[in-house]
Ligand binder design. Structure first.
Ligand code: IDP
Length: 163
């Protein structure tokens, strides 16, 4: 019974991971962190978000006091987004990245990615969907099952990933 419960809870799941603009500068180290934990990356792309796209991606936070800082940050340079397929991918990836605030992460989860590479509560290097429902929405945002992908040229060529 315990075995069955564990196997059922280990079902394969997908989540969206993101290396944020400050993380792209530490790309090699962060990819090492991902691979040493055994995460399987099945789709991956680099792109830049313009402000409208960033508003849509983070719309649940629009009334938060940190919203403008978040939009400035996430549009400040290229990002790398990927689909992770893993057992309990949503929870396992959230655990790997650690708490939102890197200084708190350094206390409660010192080996997490945010603890090691995060700068402050805004510039926390990585993102992970916070639920299975968010994962579906966020994967569809970056890897739509029909229609065009988000163009990576929306900044009119100002962006270092679409020169
Ligand atoms: P999460 O990324 O750990 O799920 P959320 O609360 O969903 O955290 O916030 C989204 C992002 O907004 C964070 O990853 C971080 O970049 C930024 N953020 C969250 N809380 C604050 C804050 O209190 N001050 C500044 N930025 C914040």
């Amino acid at each position: 019974e315990e075995y069955t419960r564990r196997k059922l809870s280990e079902k394969k799941e997908k989540t969206l991971g993101m290396i944020k603009p400050d993380g792209v500068e530490k790309l090699g180290q962060i990819l090492d962190e991902i691979y040493k934990r055994g995460f399987l990356l099945t789709r991956l792309r680099m792109c830049c978000l313009d402000r409208n796209q960033a508003f849509r991606f983070y719309e649940e936070h629009r009334d938060k006091p940190f919203f403008n800082a978040l939009i400035d940050y996430i549009t400040s340079g290229p990002i790398i987004v990927f689909e992770i397929v893993n057992t309990n991918a949503v929870d396992n990836w959230r655990e790997a990245i650690g708490p939102t605030d890197p200084s708190r992460a350094r206390t409660v989860a010192p080996t997490s990615i945010r603890a090691q590479y995060g700068i402050d509560v805004t510039r926390n290097v990585v993102h992970g969907s916070d639920s299975a429902a968010s994962a579906v929405r966020e994967l569809e945002f970056f890897f739509p099952s029909s229609g065009p992908m988000l163009p990576n040229t929306s900044k009119g060529g100002n962006c270092t990933c679409c020169l």
